[in-house]
Design a protein around this ligand. Structure first.
Ligand code: TRP
Length: 326
């Protein structure tokens, strides 16, 4: 039997996931766990480089673990862990700091954007963020990293960091590939020219954990138009495409073709289809929520498993860097 290739990805615990996050990441993770040796992480150390409330963080970590498990990530098939529970990640990030040119970090678009958005808190973590991300990936010598479009630059830098390290200390890290998920962008419920994002408020997103009543309410308030509008039409078309039943797809795509959409009918139908899509997820999540010990155990077992590999890589790295005395 040939060994499966390693996949690494992570999500920051910073609030509820929406259906855009689901299509862009989680849905894909669930499929990958059957084919690869997968590591799916909760990137808590990344998430504290932004503005946040320390009192909410541990619940956000727990909530993301619930989302991972309830959506179908199976700890028998993949490794689920919290980043801060494997201190070797930050240790490796320090070593990577010493081979990463400052200019590489300063030109990252996400760093520039975030510095603008939180101009009172441009901390070192914000700048160093991609180096920790590189450590996350390379410590497991991952072959592939499933990410959205916005992370490509960080994966590119990860490959450079692997090269910088290998050139200086000898061949150690393979260069990981980005596995871009080809999913249509899900747009905001209130502005179909913008991507669905928490930063535009809860009314603009459908949470994967929203109750059916809430989904219906949000859909009813979503954009509509009396004239043909390309953005609005494609917004609804992509929801239908991804969540609609065959019957609804057929029925409403006909309305689309004739440019005569009955929005109130379409919105209620979509609300129902989206609710049904996440029905099992909501039930499983409620069950798990009642058993926090079980969830915490899964996370610490995941960390233990991951740590065996992380420690091994760190030993190799320390030797090559020259900090282990013979
Ligand atoms: N930076 C990623 C994001 O915000 C999260 C992340 C942290 C990550 N470490 C990672 C993604 C390693 C892929 C691989 O989406």
């Amino acid at each position: 039997m040939t060994k499966k290739q390693t996949i690494f990805s992570a999500i920051q615990p910073s609030g509820e996931l929406h259906i855009g996050n689901y299509l862009g990441a989680l849905k894909n993770f669930v499929e990958l766990q059957d084919k690869y040796d997968c590591f799916f992480f909760i990137a808590d150390y990344h998430s504290i480089s932004g503005e946040y409330n320390p009192k909410e963080k541990s619940k956000q970590i727990f909530d993301l673990a619930l989302d991972f498990l309830a959506i179908g990530l199976d700890p028998q098939k993949c490794t689920i862990a919290v980043q801060s529970q494997i201190p070797e990640h930050t240790e490796l990030a320090w070593i990577f700091n010493t081979v990463t040119p400052l200019a590489e970090l300063q030109r990252m678009t996400q760093f520039k954007d975030k510095s603008q958005n939180q101009d009172q808190n441009i901390n070192m973590g914000l700048l160093d963020y991609p180096v920790l991300q590189a450590a996350d990936i390379l410590i497991y010598k991952a072959y592939g990293v499933p990410v959205g479009q916005d992370q490509i630059q960080h994966i590119e830098l990860t490959r450079k960091i692997a090269r910088f390290f290998n050139n200086k200390f000898g061949e150690t890290f393979p260069e990981p590939k980005d596995l871009i998920t080809k999913t249509p962008k899900i747009m905001s419920l209130i502005d179909p020219t913008k991507k669905m994002s928490k930063s535009h408020g809860k009314k603009s997103c459908i949470g994967i954990n929203d109750e059916p009543e809430m989904i219906k309410k949000k859909m009813r308030k979503a954009v509509s138009t009396t004239e043909y509008n390309e953005d609005i039409y494609s917004f609804y078309a992509s929801l239908l495409e991804n969540f609609g039943t065959e019957k609804n797809k057929k029925y409403f795509l006909e309305q689309f073709k004739n440019k005569d959409i009955k929005f109130s009918e379409l919105k209620d139908a979509l609300a129902e289809d989206i609710s049904n899509h996440f029905k099992d997820f909501r039930e499983k999540r409620k069950e798990l929520e009642k058993d926090p010990e079980k969830v915490k155990n899964i996370l610490s077992e995941g960390a233990e498993k991951a740590r065996v590999i992380a420690k091994k890589t760190m030993r190799e790295v320390k030797e090559k860097v020259g900090v282990i005395m013979g």
